[in-house]
Design a protein around this ligand. Structure first.
Ligand SMILES: Nc1ncnc2c1ncn2[C@@H]1O[C@H](COP(=O)(O)OP(=O)(O)O)[C@@H](O)[C@H]1O
Ligand SMILES: [Mg+2]
Length: 250
């Protein structure tokens, strides 16, 4: 027994915590049970495509991770960079570097592009300087004094992503960034997401355009009826037509 004891004492420390983890997360809208025990982990810098049919629970999962009040998380743990997100609210999660770009983009009416960006930097800790945003998003630089809600859908999507970059950003959640955009604009947003990936920003991307998302992502997680039904590499999903037909209808 003494030998075992010595071994235990000299054993290496348990392997490092994952950068991001959901552990058995359950969330409800009122009594409506929607997020039904989600568990997954991510390495820093990884891009995950979160896929599944309409109504599968993708948006609800992103909102749960972002710690919004609705849906309400009733069970489970969410960890980001060693911090327990499950013990905080949406403001606390944002301060820890979690940024959700929702489907409806939430651009603030009555404010110019630049005012929208400045507002994102009103609280510490800040992310990118506005000049850096303008270098990467020349379309936003050209329109800096335009009222933001008068821009095209694609430009508003760029602003929504840029605004997330202006804040402390450790995990970016993108909910259908290509939704409702013309193919040429989708290509532009794709380039931006590729640059974000190159910058090493850990990202979860929900997208109906599964093929486009899979071309950018390292890994895919497929949801159905509030649960994860498949986890694998993006390459594997691209190669598996039967899987795509069953859960993604592509
Ligand atoms: N605010 C809400 N209140 C009640 N049920 C909701 C609400 N939002 C979404 N749901 C339900 O939760 C389920 C998952 O929706 P959602 O997360 O939006 O799916 P997805 O983003 O995958 O299309 C659906 O059945 C939807 O009707
Ligand atoms: Mg959705």
């Amino acid at each position: 027994m003494a030998a075992v004891d010595t071994l235990a004492r000299t054993a290496p420390a348990p392997s490092a915590e994952p950068f991001f983890a959901c552990r058995d997360v359950h969330a409800y809208y009122g009594e409506s049970y929607i997020v039904q025990g989600i568990s997954f982990e991510m390495k820093e810098g990884e891009v995950v495509a979160l896929l599944g049919r309409n109504g599968a629970g993708k948006t609800s999962t992103l909102r749960t991770i972002a710690r919004t009040d609705s849906p309400q998380m009733r069970k489970g743990e969410i960890w980001l960079g060693g911090h327990p997100l499950h013990k905080t609210n949406s403001v606390g999660a944002a301060k820890l570097g979690l940024q959700l770009v929702p489907e409806d983009r939430r651009i603030i009416p009555g404010l110019t592009v630049e005012e929208n960006l400045k507002l994102a930097q009103i609280a510490e800790p800040k992310g990118w300087e506005i000049e850096r945003v303008y270098e990467r998003f020349p379309r936003l630089a050209e329109r800096r004094r335009q009222e933001a809600v008068t821009m095209s859908g694609g430009e508003q999507q760029m602003l929504a992503v840029a605004r997330a970059l202006c804040r402390e950003l450790k995990l970016l959640l993108l909910d259908e960034p290509y939704e409702g955009l013309a193919p040429v604009i989708v290509q532009e947003i794709e380039r931006i997401v590729a640059e974000i990936k190159e910058a090493g920003i850990t990202t979860i991307m929900v997208e109906q355009n599964a093929i486009a998302a899979l071309h950018l992502a390292d890994r895919a997680i497929i949801m159905d009826m509030g649960e994860i039904v498949y986890t694998g590499t993006a390459k594997d999903v691209l190669a598996d037509k039967a899987l795509r037909e069953e859960y993604l209808a592509v």
